[in-house]
Design a protein around this ligand. Structure first.
Ligand SMILES: [Zn+2]
Length: 597
């Protein structure tokens, strides 16, 4: 019986789909790749010859011609880069792929410098003339694209300075990030007589066994403590480096440059942060008090934060189960989305297989409009994996729908980038919940969802608060390790609340979080997406009539319009606290339900 089961399991794993990248090129020796690179080179050189120093003199019609040419050049670059990146992700241990990706990246970076002048010059067009362009029907399609370029105007430096900063990055901020990555990668954790990497030991933080969780947490704290001086230095240097940049570029707050690149106003993020913090007691504090009760404790300890529930049952879902659940969930909402989702399965746009060397995690790569998105996931059959499939398919459907806007208009700013993905997860969650009759399993589904949401919303906003404090302090002076630890403990105890006990070396846990190093202030993106989708979903539940059409319109718009205009169609105003609390109420109501089960 056991043997039979085993055989069945392994054959199921073999059946997991692998993507087919032939829609790009046959393989890395395909002659078309070299032809495409040459074409980009020639077209970029011609473009530079024709337009450098001349952008301000162009008529609207000629400006349109230039933008269309540039878009084609950029799209072709994205085609080769996407291909190289996906090949690499499919097997990061294959040296051939790694070298190919590096070679392509370097080639494209060099080619980029030929056309870097265009946006800099575009931003220098006198205001009267640029307004004429913006109001001209001829340039309507690229209006938003031009506006986004212009939003950098008051933060850009003179051409040679920009080039210098770009080149110097290799030896400044980039090298500090690299030092961080290398330090983390080299950390070794002695655990149960084995030497583990950080990724390997992290898995034990969600182990069923309390002792294992505890020991893993203690070892992590111990190792971080040993290496803390280097993390303190890296954090200080990078925060100061950013401060210098911000001063030169005229940014008001440390967060402002991130908001600009996300096309979102500072006050919108202020409203989000304020609302989430106000909901800490209603959401995370209340949930952890429940969790403590389930464990028969007054307080859980920080290593129990992500502990599996004492009544957790880990149901396994085969690939076909997952496919059918997610497709049904999408179908119940929108036949159009369902039809697109089906393409991903039928046309080999998904790589779900687990194999040695494949990149971990999951993503959906938009690639370019003339091809289609590709999804990578590592499917192991857990509930989380089903959710991840729904999430990435949401991205894929969104990217597919937006691709009809053309390359420049297809990519959505971060404010909307997580909409379809999180919405798809919600559809799937609701589908599972509504089809579950067993009370205990309903409770498990709900509790898992709430925990996910707390990790996405509350934890990320606590991270954001930590970053704000750190960057603001660093403006005036270097921070000691103790000072950074204190900031961390403050935001953690605020957000986790009185039912989670923080002690020992948890104060060093800020030091391993890669977002702080690689993309400061990025973390709020997760909370933004989750809260916005919760608001959207509650509108849909209250009045489903006509919702699908409006929602699809939002997805199809891609990045062609400002997100505020798109949210307007739902009467949403993200500068208002009310908008965010509507979203947060969704989580709070799930906790009400949990309290009553
Ligand atoms: Zn996502």
């Amino acid at each position: 019986m056991k043997l039979k089961k085993k055989i069945k399991k392994s054959s199921n794993y073999n059946k997991l789909p692998i993507w087919d990248l032939k829609d790009f090129y046959i393989d890395i020796n395909d002659n078309q790749i070299f032809k495409d690179i040459n074409d980009i080179k020639n077209k970029s050189k011609n473009f530079q010859k024709k337009y450098e120093g001349n952008v301000k003199n162009l008529s609207s019609k000629k400006l349109l011609t230039a933008i269309v040419q540039l878009e084609k050049i950029d799209e072709k670059k994205a085609k080769i880069l996407s291909y190289a990146y996906l090949l690499y992700a499919a097997n990061i241990e294959d040296k051939k792929n790694k070298i190919f990706l590096q070679k392509i990246q370097e080639k494209i970076t060099t080619l980029n410098s030929l056309i870097i002048f265009f946006n800099l010059e575009l931003n220098l067009i006198p205001i009267n003339k640029i307004n004429k362009h913006l109001n001209s029907k001829i340039l309507k399609k690229y209006k938003n694209w031009i506006k986004i370029s212009l939003s950098y105007k008051s933060h850009q430096l003179e051409k040679n300075l920009e080039r210098l900063i770009q080149e110097k990055k290799i030896t400044s901020s980039f090298s500090w990030s690299r030092l961080f990555d290398e330090t983390i990668a080299n950390l070794r954790f002695n655990f149960e007589k084995k030497e583990l990497s950080f990724t390997e030991i992290s898995k034990y933080l969600t182990d069923k066994n309390h002792i294992k969780r505890k020991n893993a947490s203690l070892v992590i704290g111990e190792v971080l403590k040993k290496n803390i001086n280097i993390f303190t230095t890296i954090s200080n240097v990078l925060a100061k480096d950013k401060d210098i940049d911000d001063k030169w570029r005229n940014f008001k707050e440390p967060i402002s440059s991130r908001n600009l690149s996300n096309v979102v106003e500072d006050r919108v993020i202020d409203a989000l942060t304020f609302s989430v913090k106000k909901y800490y007691p209603k959401i995370s504090h209340r949930y952890y008090s429940l969790k403590a009760r389930w464990f028969n404790k007054k307080q859980i300890i920080y290593w129990d934060r992500n502990a599996p529930l004492p009544f957790q049952q880990n149901k396994k879902y085969s690939w076909n189960d997952a496919k059918s659940i997610v497709l049904k969930a999408y179908k119940s909402f929108s036949p159009e989305m369902h039809a697109i989702a089906e393409k991903f399965f039928e046309k080999k746009w998904i790589d779900a297989q687990i194999r040695k060397g494949k990149q971990g995690g999951a993503f959906s790569a938009s690639t370019i409009p003339s091809i289609h998105p590709y999804i990578l996931i590592n499917y192991q059959g857990t509930l989380r994996d089903v959710s991840t499939l729904a999430h990435e398919l949401g991205h894929g459907i969104h990217q597919y729908l937006a691709s009809f806007q053309g390359y420049y208009n297809a990519s959505t700013p971060l404010t909307l980038a997580e909409t379809a993905s999180v919405f798809g997860e919600m559809l799937t969650f609701k589908y599972l919940l509504n089809n579950e009759e067993n009370k205990l399993r309903k409770k498990i589904l709900l509790a898992n969802k709430v925990e996910d949401m707390i990790n996405t919303v509350v934890r990320q906003i606590a991270f954001l608060e930590f970053e704000k404090k750190l960057h603001n302090k660093r403006k005036t002076s270097e921070l000691s390790t103790e000072e950074i630890c204190n900031l961390w403990i403050d935001v953690q105890s605020d957000s986790l609340g009185p039912y989670v006990k923080i002690k020992d070396n948890y104060k060093y846990y800020w030091s391993y979080i890669p977002h702080f190093i690689h993309s400061p202030f990025y973390v709020y993106a997760y909370a933004f997406g989750d809260c916005m989708v919760n608001s959207l979903y509650s509108v849909y539940e209250k009045s489903p009539k006509g919702f699908e059409k409006k929602y699809l319109q939002l997805l199809k718009s891609g990045g062609s319009r400002n997100y505020r205009e798109l949210l307007d169609t739902f009467n949403f105003n993200p500068t208002k606290i009310k908008f965010w609390s509507n979203g947060l109420d969704v989580i709070s109501k799930f906790i009400d339900e949990l309290e009553n089960i």
